[in-house]
Design a binder for this molecule. Structure first.
Ligand code: ZN
Length: 67
């Protein structure tokens, strides 16, 4: 499933319309088609990605000279 589109909900309680914006719109402001209010697109998704920032392989034993 491609992640080229960000789905964001309109913060306006009377609207709450789901807007689909391209990922290129991150950090920008889009206008809601439902109520016409400006909504800022976050640079990162609301939900954190699972299993990220752990498991950095280090301690490379390769390159042993002398045999
Ligand atoms: Zn709206």
């Amino acid at each position: 499933m491609p992640d080229d589109v960000i789905r964001i909900m309109c913060p306006k309680l009377t609207c709450r319309r789901i807007l689909a914006v391209p990922v290129t719109a991150r950090g920008r402001t889009v206008r809601c088609r439902g109520c016409g209010s400006n909504i800022r697109i976050p640079t990162q998704p609301a939900s954190g990605s699972p299993g990220a920032g752990a498991g950095m392989p280090k301690g490379d034993t390769s390159g042993r000279a002398g045999m």
